[in-house]
Design a protein around this ligand. Structure first.
Ligand SMILES: Nc1ncnc2c1ncn2[C@@H]1O[C@H](COP(=O)(O)OP(=O)(O)OP(=O)(O)O)[C@@H](O)[C@H]1O
Length: 251
């Protein structure tokens, strides 16, 4: 099948449904994503994209269907469960603490401690700074001041910090919700190049966007949702903007 992951999939969802009472937000939906693959998820407002990523990432319990990681069925009760298995979702708000450094944001809620004078537990700032430097270098990301609060950074740089945090904690699948929305063109390019970096590291990326240009620039495949069902799935090299728009709005 040309529109599924080649070889062993990192992530596979089979016949996934999420109903809210009578509302079928997601219905019998299947897709897969392989290592080093970027799969775009497109669809009009209300198509079911958010519902799908929340079902994959442990926020919602699916009404029906199956999620498999490297072939193994998994059941997530919380986003923490999904995170521990290497699925990280980066929502538009990025969930960064603005007044803290990159290092502190990487370790937010899981701060490393060390002992001063052998007994007094204190924050291990050196470990945080080293992790920040090494992780951001891995993403080929450079800022003049690593110790500045992230509120000083541009939208694209903040996106990089959120990605860096996921990478530090070993995310194998990154779900990115509209990462290029609300950014200027140069910043959008930076984010697209970050996505390419993740791909070159063998990670899988689910890229949600309304921007077809961005989708066509970085994705291997596109899956289109319409009213909770899969309206189509295509290799990017085998489709056009026109065809994708038709899939989104329906014939
Ligand atoms: N908690 C809920 N309770 C009831 N209906 C819901 C709930 N969440 C979503 N829906 C409905 O499910 C459908 C899919 O919504 P969803 O938010 O997943 O779409 P979306 O593709 O992410 O849209 P957008 O691009 O606007 O974020 C919509 O009709 C929405 O009203």
């Amino acid at each position: 099948m040309s529109e599924t992951a080649k070889g062993e999939a990192l992530l596979e969802v089979r016949n996934l449904s999420k109903h809210f009472g009578a509302v079928r937000a997601l219905d019998d939906f299947s897709m897969s994503i392989g290592p080093g693959e970027v799969v775009a998820l497109a669809g009009d407002n209300g198509a079911g994209k958010t519902t799908l990523i929340k079902a994959i990432s442990g926020v919602y319990k699916p009404t029906a269907g199956e999620i498999r990681l490297k072939g193994e069925p998994v059941h997530f009760s919380t986003p923490q469960d999904a995170r521990e298995k290497g699925i990280e979702t980066i929502y538009q708000d990025l969930a960064l603490a603005d007044n803290l450094t990159i290092g502190a944001n990487i370790f937010l809620g899981r701060e490393p401690m060390t002992k001063r004078f052998g007994f007094l537990p204190v924050l291990d700032r050196r470990k945080m700074a080293t992790a920040a430097r090494e992780t951001m270098a891995l993403l080929d990301f450079h800022v003049s001041r690593m110790d500045a609060p992230v509120s000083n950074f541009s939208g694209g740089q903040r996106q990089a910090v959120a990605i860096g945090r996921a990478v530090y904690w070993n995310a194998q699948i990154l779900i990115m919700d509209e990462p290029t929305a609300a950014l200027g063109v140069p910043e959008q390019r930076k984010v697209l190049s970050l996505i390419r970096q993740l791909k070159s590291q063998g990670r899988g990326v689910i890229f949600i966007s309304h921007n077809l240009q961005d989708i066509f620039a970085v994705s291997d495949r596109i899956v289109v949702l319409r009213r909770g069902v899969q309206a189509g799935a295509r290799r990017i090299s085998e489709t056009t903007h026109d065809e994708v728009v038709k899939l989104m709005v329906g014939g």
